[in-house]
Design a protein around this ligand. Structure first.
Ligand code: PGA
Length: 251
């Protein structure tokens, strides 16, 4: 488990202007941020440089995507080295919108993850079942095993896993904190099987899917859950600040 609770804002394809992005970050920085949290914002690529200049040390940045290729003729792609050189050290890989809307296969996710780790980025790997009655043990095993195929134990300390049941994303229908905890424990069990028990307990495992100012504390308070990956509620400044404060209460 991570020493600090981790809160990640996934802005997806929002906001539409750099000005709004900047004002949001300034609004967060105007708060007294709790010492026990690691705050990461994943804006669209086009705002990364601006936000890097304005985030100070309190907020880290994540990209929402990365090319599996390191450099070269790949029109429209963004490389991991470009991200690193901007001072962006995290990247989300395997988000369900990329898997199921943009058609990313498990093979692509594995290639992206290996490229990101090789370049020195920290990967936030999103996994989760599509339907509430899916066999989650089977789904999580398959997604984690395929994403980490060929990844050695020396690189695994730069991995964060976010349990994000697809049915809970953007629906307002969050998982229960008990079920999310059991999924997080399942994820640790899979990591233990692949890399050994010490990695399983050290690895940060987050919950994501309709996290809100009302329910954030329930997830973050769980001992086996290291924080939250927040979509919709991370676009509304006051809600997001309340979610950050919810993590503080767990000090
Ligand atoms: P949501 O999105 O909080 O809007 O459900 C979470 C995510 O997609 O990471």
């Amino acid at each position: 488990m991570s020493a600090k609770k981790i809160i990640i804002a996934n802005w997806k394809m929002n906001p539409q202007t750099a000005d709004e992005a900047l004002r949001f970050v300034q609004g967060v920085l105007a708060q007294r941020l709790p010492k026990n949290i690691e705050l990461i914002i994943a804006p669209p690529f086009v705002y990364l440089e601006l936000l890097k200049k304005n985030c100070g040390k309190e907020i880290k940045l994540a990209a929402q995507n990365i090319s599996w290729a390191e450099r070269g003729a790949y029109t429209g792609e963004i490389s991991g080295l470009m991200l690193k050189n901007l001072g962006c050290n995290h990247v989300i890989i395997g988000h369900s919108e990329r898997r199921y809307i943009m058609g990313e296969t498990e093979e692509i996710i594995n290639l992206k993850l290996k490229t990101a780790l090789r370049i020195g980025l920290t990967v936030i790997l999103a996994v989760g079942e599509k339907e509430q009655n899916d066999d989650i043990s089977k789904v999580l095993s398959r997604q984690i095993e395929s994403a980490l195929e060929g990844v050695g134990v020396s690189e695994i300390n730069r991995l964060i896993i976010a349990y994000e049941p697809v049915w809970a994303i953007g629906t307002g229908l969050a998982d229960t904190s008990d079920h999310a905890l059991s999924a997080a424990l399942l994820i640790r069990k899979i990591i233990s099987r692949l890399y050994g028990p010490e990695w399983a307990s050290d690895m940060p495992v987050l919950y994501g899917g309709s996290v809100s100012e009302e329910n954030a504390a329930d997830f973050i308070a769980q001992n086996g859950i290291d924080g939250a990956l927040v979509g919709g509620a991370s676009l509304e400044l006051q809600s997001f600040i309340k979610i950050i404060k919810a993590a503080e209460k767990n000090e």
